[in-house]
Ligand binder design. Structure first.
Ligand code: KG4
Ligand code: ZN
Length: 347
């Protein structure tokens, strides 16, 4: 039996994404970003994002169908991000998906955005090993997950107790006077700096914290430490070595993420680790994880950077997996849930 042909729609933040996949095969992945509209505000403005989704949705859908050489009538199911994310942005995707499901008489799957980030690697490296540990690092979330089945069974082992990793990148970029989103610019600046120039703190890694927060993260203390360091330099009339600050900050983030990811694999006795979310595009995270996974005898899966950030294909993958697993389609009266927990895969 051939895998179902699934259309995936993503609109949880500032990217309007429409993807078309068949099982592990990527047929189209169109993304329209409103990031430039938000850059001058230093972060995403929900109402601006929502309007941009409205304008971009149908043209993006048309481009995806054209790329995949697929007529909408051929699609077997419609998947859409139902949460977590910005409510006014999510509703645009969900309304579009419901309209398509009704018009085409196809099943609707309201799926979890975070699971999309974890699942997308199947498009690059085939079906996921089971079980696997997933390090999910995005703008709004940072978690370690145990993934037994991408359509039916995901359990959170730990998560951030304050800022997400991507949020820390964005905030540190802002205080260094760098543009939004901060991740890619810090990644570039860090490549020119010395990661050992400044010893920034590694949150929740002290022995006393590990007892309660072994697989949890904390990045707000790091952000404050960077802010203090920069303020002191400025107050003393000294230049701020942006590349060194970026490299040292990045090293602190990546050191903690990779150490805890490997520790989670070891604690669960699982030899497969995968990464997902916007921060998974980070060059240092990818290389350090490769180094440490190899040393620990753990197999590592990293989706190409272009699939790490928000897109519709990752949502289609989850919808397709749900269809194959026989998960009941979502009702046509589903709402959106800005705080959808990661353990809810299909609403
Ligand atoms: O997953 P994503 O596209 O959206 C959310 O679901 O939040 O992640 C966006 C986040 C932003 O905080 C952005 O700064 C970060 O991912 N990001 C990066 C890189 N590319 C994007 N962080 C570090 N290094 C990168 N290369
Ligand atoms: Zn995301």
């Amino acid at each position: 039996m051939t895998a179902p042909l699934v259309l995936g729609i993503e609109s949880s933040c500032d990217e309007t994404g429409v993807g078309i996949v068949r099982g592990t095969e990527l047929l189209a992945n169109q993304v329209a970003s409103s990031v430039d509209l938000h850059a001058r505000f230093g972060g995403v403005v929900p109402e601006v994002a929502s309007r941009a989704h409205l304008e971009a949705m149908l043209p993006t859908l048309a481009r995806a169908c054209e790329d995949a050489e697929v007529d909408l009538s051929e699609v077997d199911g419609i998947a859409v991000t139902a949460g977590p994310g910005l409510v006014s942005a999510l509703v645009v995707g969900v309304a579009t998906a419901k309209a398509l499901a009704v018009a085409l008489n196809k099943p609707l799957y309201g799926v979890n955005h975070l699971i999309g980030h974890v699942a997308v690697d199947v498009l690059d490296h085939g079906p996921l090993p089971s079980p696997a540990i997933a390090l999910l690092v995005s703008g709004g979330h940072s978690s370690l997950l145990r993934v037994d089945d991408i359509a039916t069974s995901v359990r959170e082992l730990g998560s951030t107790i304050d800022d997400a990793a991507g949020e820390a990148y964005d905030k540190v970029a802002r205080l260094l006077g760098l543009p939004y989103p901060g991740g890619p610019v810090i990644d570039k600046a860090a490549a020119l700096g010395n990661p050992r120039a400044i010893a920034f703190p590694r949150g929740l890694t002290a022995t006393k914290d590990l007892a309660k927060h072994r697989f949890d993260f904390s990045f707000s203390g790091l952000k404050t430490a960077v802010a203090r360091w920069v303020e002191t330099r400025r107050r003393d009339g000294e230049d701020v070595p942006i590349n060194d600050v970026a490299a040292s900050f990045q090293e602190a983030v990546c050191d903690v993420l990779t150490a805890k990811a490997i520790a989670a694999c070891e604690a669960e006795g699982i030899g497969d680790l995968l990464i997902g979310g916007g921060v998974a595009a980070n060059s240092r995270l990818r290389s350090l994880l490769e180094e440490r996974a190899t040393a620990a005898g753990i197999r590592l899966r990293r989706p190409r950077p272009g699939l790490c950030t928000d897109n519709g294909a990752m949502i289609a993958v989850v919808g397709g997996a749900a269809m194959v697993a026989g998960v009941r389609p979502s009702s046509l009266d589903i709402g959106v849930d800005s705080g959808l927990p990661v353990s809810t895969i299909v609403v």
